[in-house]
Design a protein around this ligand. Structure first.
Ligand code: PAF
Length: 270
């Protein structure tokens, strides 16, 4: 496994590599990342994983500073998985050039996390553009857990480059909780609670199957979850799978939730 730090190391190391799979991460790796890596290894000759906690996608400095970091453990995991390259860039190198065209989200995209985390997706798209430009992979593997991120990055990258973004399913623990680096910030009790919320929403989705009007049911569910689990809900909405437009039925749609347990913000979709 080759560890690459500087942009020029990347050019040298990847000179002769064809069919490269890229898994972008912010570290604190878990089984969800492992799944992305395995998908890349199945479909590409070589795999590169990047580890970079990107400051520009955090709309809150405290959130950035408290983001879990675990480089030593991450490198052990990547070694065991026989990843070919790990790219650990520094801020200065990554942001050494100013972009020509500012990233501006369209009004129709300013929903869900784009509404409550101002500047977040602009930061994500910018870093994905920079990393893609440096690495020039053939395929990029991203998880459906961050569904809105996946759709926005896919649209941007596939329009600009001849590269495919491969969506990969959400990996969950035995309690149905979606794996996320942020779960490390929860204690055991809150992890169990988050699992129960996920199970509740899986059942709710089944209940919604033949319902034509879901607005009031969604509102009721929101109140119920708040009371039952003592959480603060940022949003609980049903939106179309392909474009995230608001939807009144669950057909071709998903339930999206963002909520806080003890100041830790979790997102999921069902
Ligand atoms: O999903 C993440 O971990 C990050 O948003 C990403 C895609 C690595 C960009 O920093």
């Amino acid at each position: 496994m080759k560890i690459l730090i500087k942009n020029k190391d990347i050019n040298e190391a990847l000179k002769k590599v064809s069919n490269l799979g890229f898994v972008p991460t912010m570290g604190s790796l878990h089984k969800g990342h492992e799944y992305l890596i395995k998908q890349s290894q199945k479909r590409c000759k070589q795999t590169l994983v990047s580890i970079f906690v990107n400051p520009t996608q955090f709309n809150n400095k405290k959130d950035y500073l408290s983001y879990p970091k675990n480089l030593k453990k991450d490198l052990n995991i990547l070694k065991k998985l026989k990843v070919n390259f790990v790219y650990i860039p520094n801020k200065k190198d990554i942001y050494s050039f100013k972009r020509k065209k500012k990233i501006i989200l369209k009004k129709e995209n300013k929903v869900l996390c784009a509404k409550s985390r101002k500047g977040h997706f602009e930061g994500v798209i910018d870093i994905m553009d920079r990393l893609t430009n440096i690495i020039k992979p053939n395929k990029i593997f991203m998880g459906e857990k961050d569904y809105q991120q996946l759709l926005l990055v896919k649209k941007f990258i596939e329009k600009k480059y001849e590269i495919k973004i491969v969506p990969c399913k959400t990996v969950r623990n035995k309690n149905k909780l979606a794996l996320s680096s942020r779960n490390q910030l929860l204690d055991k009790r809150d992890l169990i609670k988050a699992g129960k919320i996920a199970k509740d929403l899986f059942h709710f989705k089944i209940f919604l199957r033949n319902k034509k009007k879901t607005k009031s049911l969604l509102q009721k569910k929101k109140e119920l979850l708040k009371k039952k689990f003592d959480i603060k809900i940022d949003y609980l909405e049903i939106r179309k799978k392909n474009n995230l437009k608001s939807s009144s039925t669950i057909r071709n749609s998903k339930i999206f939730i963002a909520y806080f347990i003890n100041k830790v913000r979790l997102i999921d979709n069902f």
